[in-house]
Design a protein. Structure first.
Length: 651
């Protein structure tokens, strides 16, 4: 099972190298096998491909070409901004081109590509995998083995052999509460520290304040996802911050902080533009006035021979003197082009390094921290946010770059997402360190998100009753939002559980591993209708379900009733870090065997029930769910502190 301690760096490296390779293969095989196994139409139904797209060139951005793929009746799909897609004429296994998704609209998907995309009448787009992160994980393991960890006791801490030195200082921020300031006072001078932030406790605010206390040192801030990186950046944008990453993956309102944009706004970039213009002019001259010395043209004659023969006006091996002259001209122009490229690249590097050298804080994903921009660049402190959601080898990429590390996360919420089904990769470095070192972390204890009744069950079930509710929000309800009180959704009571009493049974779609519950979905939609009739705005409501097929079924039902519903319907994973005034949690499982499947991953339950601010409605089959002790305790809690009602009592 999980390994907490390692005897040597060799054991550590071998352990994680095997897991990385396993995950890489699983991710690639998942997409390739599905492409092989399913027709394009079937993969499109699952949301991982879109067929029959037309393409148009939409212009340039930085060094990228932008292409827009559209169709009038765009099907529902899972393709999102930042994904790598395979572009093909319809058979991606025979021929394809990779690109990065930069925008997704109702009827279009836009991509960035370094290279021009081939011409075709119609196109197919498929979700795929990016191999770069796995390579960077392996490189990080090599660097640890080669003694590249900057932290004084880094290797011993990493292997679980030595507890980090925790130093508490008399320092605080007026922005933070006493619990948050406790974390700050321990994080400032400790060689490694973990800030444990349960839902709504202001983890990102605390991290931002700790970062501010370190301004003046070389700082790197990372997280596993672009969204998490941008959330921290948002709180520190008054400083001189630089965001590293693909432009398609950065929030548009934060684009001005990206390294790409900063480079192009530097005064010296005008010289780069001049050099690019000269290169383009020389390439045009090459194409129009000379002949490229291809193997067929040169017939074994070397570059040196071509230049020498041209000087003497001679030909050789059946190659006319005129051709030799044109090839010699091509070579001379290419020499100039290469010289200009070298000059351009040197100036680009100079601008880039000056921007990074003067930055107060550098932001990147864990993976991007191992990219070319930060190659051979070291930091005094690295801050790794959402660390409990990152695979350990992914956390290692930024960790090796700094003398000191501060982690933030919550191992009681969602673990790293993996495809290999090897549970060992779900055991993050954050969780491993909390299990190893008793004093390395501090749990934030005041939550600012939800009504006290919503908070108390997860607080006691997952956090030893440590998480208390901020006094001013203890009694917030939907009454504050001027929503009419209706019996149909349990009035102003914050906690309502609707027991489906075995009347709504789960189903499986042919060929799908997921599940859905059509009658439960209809009931959820009826609840939404009642809220809207009572004056609730669509943006107040979020619907969470653990199953993709159920999510899609609810979306279809809502779309048939509302033209463009803005009610968010997502999986549990899609709602981590988010919140809504009203959450309807639809649990789907209802069967005679009383099996709840992967609902028994209780971290998912924790995330799902802590997204609501003023009202949490859970819809599920009490008999099936009660086979799990935690769900049984939750249902009893609703019965005692809220409303437990059968669906037959709905009206």
């Amino acid at each position: 099972m999980y390994k907490k301690r390692f005897k040597s760096i060799d054991e550590y490296k071998n352990y994680f190298s095997e897991l990385i390779e396993k995950e890489r293969k699983a991710e690639k095989e998942f997409h390739l096998n599905e492409i092989k196994r399913l027709s394009g139409t079937e993969r499109q139904k699952r949301g991982r491909a879109v067929l029959g797209l037309r393409m148009k060139y939409a212009g340039d951005f930085l060094d990228f070409k932008i292409y827009r793929f559209n169709r009038n009746n765009m099907p529902e799909h899972q393709i999102k901004v930042g994904d790598i897609v395979l572009i093909s004429r319809g058979e991606p296994l025979k021929f394809n081109q990779e690109a990065t998704v930069s925008a997704v609209g109702r009827n279009f998907i836009e991509v960035y590509s370094k290279e021009p995309i081939f011409r075709s009448k119609l196109y197919r787009l498929d979700l795929f995998v990016n191999d770069i992160t796995f390579k960077r994980m392996l490189k990080a393991l090599d660097e640890v083995e080669n003694g590249k960890l900057k932290m004084k006791n880094g290797l011993e801490i990493l292997l679980g052999q030595k507890e980090p030195e925790i130093v508490e200082v008399n320092e605080k921020s007026e922005v933070l509460n006493p619990s948050q300031n406790k974390a700050l006072s321990k994080a400032i001078n400790s060689e490694m520290f973990l800030i444990h932030g349960p839902p709504g406790t202001g983890k990102t605010t605390t991290v931002a304040e700790v970062i501010k206390k370190h301004i003046g040192k070389k700082l790197l801030v990372t997280a596993d996802s672009n969204v998490a990186v941008d959330n921290v950046l948002e709180k520190l944008k008054d400083f001189n911050v630089v965001r590293i990453g693909h432009p398609a993956k950065i929030e548009s309102n934060l684009m001005k902080y990206s390294l790409d944009v900063k480079i192009r706004r530097d005064k010296r970039y005008k010289e780069i533009e001049k050099l690019i213009k000269k290169i383009d002019d020389l390439k045009y001259l090459q194409d129009k006035k000379t002949k490229k010395p291809t193997p067929g043209r040169r017939r074994g004659i070397s570059d040196e021979e071509i230049l020498s023969l041209a000087k003497d006006g001679k030909g050789k091996r059946g190659v006319k003197a005129e051709w030799v002259k044109e090839m010699a001209q091509w070579l001379k122009i290419q020499e100039n082009i290469n010289r200009l490229y070298d000059k351009k690249n040197a100036l680009f590097e100079e601008i880039m390094h000056s921007i990074l050298d003067t930055a107060d804080v550098v932001f990147a994903t864990n993976s991007a921290a191992g990219g070319d921009f930060l190659e051979n660049r070291n930091f005094d402190v690295v801050f790794i946010d959402e660390a409990a959601q990152a695979m350990e080898p992914g956390t290692l990429i930024p960790l090796i770059k700094a003398k000191k590390a501060i982690f933030a996360g919550d191992h009681k919420q969602l673990p790293p997402t993996i495809l290999s089904n090897d549970e060992r990769l779900k055991f993050s470095m954050f969780e491993r360190f909390t299990a190893l070192y008793e004093n390395i972390y501090h749990t934030l204890e005041i939550q600012y998100r939800m009504n006290e009744k919503i908070n108390n069950f997860p607080s006691c079930e997952f956090y030893e009753c440590k998480v208390k509710t901020y006094e001013k929000i203890k009694n917030i309800t939907i009454k504050d939002l001027k929503i009419e009180e209706k019996n149909e959704f349990g009035g102003y009571e914050p906690l309502v559980f609707f027991d489906t009493k075995g009347k709504f049974l789960e189903k499986i779609k042919k060929g799908s591993p997921s599940k859905y519950n059509p009658l439960e979905a209809e009931f959820v939609v009826s609840l939404v209708e009642e809220f809207l009739k009572a004056g609730a705005k669509e943006e107040f409501i979020g619907i969470i379900t653990p199953y993709k097929d159920h999510e899609e079924h609810i979306k279809k039902l809502l779309s048939s009733k509302f033209q463009v519903p803005s009610i968010e319907i997502r999986s549990v994973d899609g709602f981590q870090g988010r919140e809504k005034e009203i959450i309807i949690l639809s649990l789907v499982r209802a069967n005679e065997k009383e099996q709840i499947g992967f609902l028994d991953d209780l971290r998912r339950l924790n995330v799902a029930i802590t997204r609501a601010k003023r009202k949490l409605i859970v819809v599920g089959d009490v008999k099936t769910l009660s086979s799990n002790k935690t769900y049984k305790r939750m249902i009893e809690y609703f019965n005692k502190n809220g409303i437990l009602r059968g669906i037959d009592e709905f009206r």
